[in-house]
Design a protein around this ligand. Structure first.
Ligand SMILES: Cc1cc2nc3c(=O)[nH]c(=O)nc-3n(C[C@H](O)[C@H](O)[C@H](O)COP(=O)(O)OP(=O)(O)OC[C@H]3O[C@@H](n4cnc5c(N)ncnc54)[C@H](O)[C@@H]3O)c2cc1C
Length: 391
C-alpha cells in the first residue's frame, strides 16, 4: 500500500491474521442470525485496536498508535466483514474520540478505559424518523437544564449499536433562541439504562452491518448536568468533528471489501471455462478486472490523500465529500462486476458477495446521502475553484 511504513505493513499483517482467524469463518453465520459477537469485540480491544488513537493513561496505545494504523485496521477488518469493521469505526469515532476531544476529565476517567478495552460500546443519536437526517438543523429532540440535571426528550432512529451500548450520545435542542441554528443543539451522554430511555426496536434492514440500527425513545430521562459533552450549543461542532475521520474510515472499510470482491472475481474468472476459453481470457471480463482495479486504486489514492490532509490539520472538506460518494459508487461497481462474473453463484449465499452487495447499498445513504456530498463539492468548487484538491 502506498504511503505506509514497514511498521504499518507489519501491523496490517497482524490485523489480517486476526480477521482471517476470528472473523472470516463466522461472518456469514453472524449475518444470517443477526448475531453481534461481543466476545470478538473484546478481543479487538485486547489486541489494542479500539485504543489506537487513545492515550496510554486511558488504556490506549499512546505513542504506539496513530490514525494511519486505525485506517489500516479498519480496511483489514472491513475486508472480511463490514459489520466488524464498522464496529471498530463506531467504537472509536462515535465513542472514544468525542469524549477524548470534548469530554471532561471525569467523563474520560469514567468511560474511556471501558470503551478502549471493548468492554463497553457507545452509540450516536442524531437522526430522527420525523425529519430529514441530511439536514440535522431540523432535529426535534429537546433537552432542558433543571438545577444540576438535564431532562431529555428524544426520538431517534438508526442509532447504530444502541442495543449493545452503555450510552448514547444524544443530540437535542437546548438553546432554541440561539441566533444560529447550528448553536441550538447540545450533545448529552445518556446511559442506556437511564429511566425513560427505551429501545423501541432494532429496525429490520436489508443487511446486518454493525449490530442493530435502533429506534429509541427517551421520555423525560434525567441525567446529571455533568453528562453534557462539550459546551452547551456545541452539538453540531461535535457531530461535525466526527464526520471527517468517520468518512475516511468508511472508505477504508469499503476498500477492504472491494479488494475482497476483486480477488473473488479474478479467482472465478481464472477457473471458469465457457465458449472455448477461460472467462479470464475474454475481453469483456478483462474490462471488468481492469476497470475495477482502476476504481480501487483511484479511490485508495483519493482516500489516503484526504487522510493525509486531515492528519495535517486541514479540514479537507472537498476531499472528504468527494471520497464519500465516490467510494460508495466504487464499492457498488466492483461487487456488482464480481457477482456478474460468478453468474448464478454470485446471487447465492455460497459466496460472501450477495451479503457484500446488500451491505454496500447502505454506503450511499449513511453519513450523508450521495446527493448532499455532490452538492457540497460542487458548491465549494463553484464558489472557490482554488479549493480543488489539485489546485
Ligand atoms: C446503516 C445506517 C447506519 C446509520 N447509523 C446512524 C447512527 O449511528 N446515528 C445516526 O444518527 N444516524 C445514523 N444513520 C442515519 C443516516 O446518517 C441518515 O439516514 C442520513 O443522514 C440521511 O438521512 P435520512 O435517512 O433522514 O434521509 P433524508 O434526509 O430524508 O433524505 C432522503 C433522500 O433525499 C435526497 N436528498 C436529501 N438532501 C438532498 C439534497 N440537498 N439534494 C438532493 N437530494 C437530497 C437523497 O436522495 C436522500 O437519500 C444511519 C443510516 C444507515 C443507513
Amino acid at each position: 500500500m502506498p504511503y505506509l511504513s514497514e511498521d504499518h505493513e507489519q501491523f496490517r499483517r497482524t490485523v489480517r491474521d486476526f480477521a482471517e482467524k476470528e472473523i472470516a469463518p463466522h461472518a456469514a453465520q453472524w449475518d444470517r442470525e443477526h448475531h453481534f459477537p461481543v466476545d470478538v469485540v473484546q478481543k479487538m480491544g485486547a489486541l489494542g485496536l479500539m485504543g489506537l488513537t487513545a492515550p496510554e493513561e486511558y488504556g490506549g496505545a499512546g505513542e504506539d498508535g496513530d490514525f494511519t494504523s486505525l485506517c489500516v485496521a479498519i480496511e483489514e477488518l472491513g475486508r472480511v466483514d463490514q459489520s466488524i469493521g464498522i464496529t471498530l469505526e463506531a467504537g472509536v469515532g462515535l465513542g472514544i474520540s468525542p469524549i477524548l476531544s470534548y469530554g471532561t476529565e471525569e467523563q474520560k476517567q469514567h468511560w474511556l478505559p471501558d470503551l478502549v478495552s471493548g468492554r463497553r460500546l457507545a452509540a450516536f443519536g442524531l437522526t430522527e424518523p420525523e425529519v430529514a437526517g441530511s439536514d440535522p438543523t431540523l432535529m426535534q429532540s429537546r433537552a432542558r437544564f433543571e438545577g444540576d440535571e438535564i431532562v431529555v426528550d428524544a426520538h431517534k432512529w438508526f442509532t447504530s449499536g444502541a442495543n449493545n451500548a452503555a450510552f448514547t450520545t444524544v443530540f437535542a435542542e437546548t438553546d432554541p433562541d440561539a441566533e444560529s441554528r447550528h448553536r441550538r443543539f447540545s450533545a448529552i451522554i445518556v446511559p442506556t439504562d437511564a429511566e425513560g430511555y427505551r429501545l423501541v426496536r432494532v429496525v429490520p434492514t436489508m443487511g446486518h452491518v454493525g449490530g442493530g440500527h435502533c429506534e429509541i425513545r427517551i421520555d423525560g430521562a434525567r441525567v446529571p448536568a455533568s453528562n453534557l459533552l462539550g459546551k452547551r450549543g456545541e452539538g453540531f461542532l461535535i457531530a461535525q468533528k466526527r464526520l471527517g475521520p468517520g468518512r475516511i474510515f468508511h472508505c477504508m472499510r469499503w476498500l477492504g471489501q472491494a479488494q475482497r470482491a476483486f480477488d473473488l472475481m479474478c479467482e472465478r474468472a481464472s477457473t471458469r471455462y465457457a465458449h472455448g476459453s477461460m472467462l479470464s481470457e475474454k475481453g469483456e471480463i478483462q474490462r471488468y478486472v481492469a476497470e475495477s482495479a482502476a476504481e480501487i486504486q483511484g479511490h485508495r489514492l483519493m482516500t489516503l490523500d484526504a487522510a493525509r490532509r486531515l492528519d495535517a490539520g486541514d479540514d479537507a472538506r472537498v476531499e472528504i465529500a468527494l471520497i464519500k460518494f465516490h467510494g460508495a459508487e466504487m464499492l457498488h461497481n466492483v461487487i456488482d462486476r464480481a457477482i456478474q462474473v460468478h453468474g448464478a453463484l454470485g446471487l447465492t449465499s455460497d459466496t460472501p458477495l450477495e451479503r457484500m452487495y446488500r451491505e454496500a447499498r447502505y454506503g450511499r445513504v449513511y453519513d450523508g446521502p450521495d446527493e448532499v456530498h455532490r452538492m457540497s463539492v460542487a458548491r465549494r468548487l463553484l464558489k472557490d475553484p482554488s479549493t480543488a484538491p489539485w489546485a
